[in-house]
Design a protein around this ligand. Sequence first.
Ligand SMILES: [Zn+2]
Length: 91
Amino acid sequence: MTCGDPHDKDCAEVLERVFFFIDNELPTADSSEIQQHLDECGPCLEKYDLERTVKTLVQRSCSEHAPETLRDKVLLRIRQVQVEITETRVD
Ligand SMILES: [Zn+2]
């Protein structure tokens, strides 16, 4: 899925790194590239918002680090939601 506009960075590449971006684990140069892409690209921004929201919910429900199993469940849920978003968009 792409928004159809040309970007310096490939959407797939951005989405792969969105988790690290949310965690502030990217070098400044990389995170500004991601930020720029999110500013330009609606679909990626939507996924970023979704992942950030889920992450916040997980952090709220667990004061400690989320166990791996919970993380896996959350990742699975994110994928399901993304599929739902994708499907509802296709008219
Ligand atoms: Zn994109």
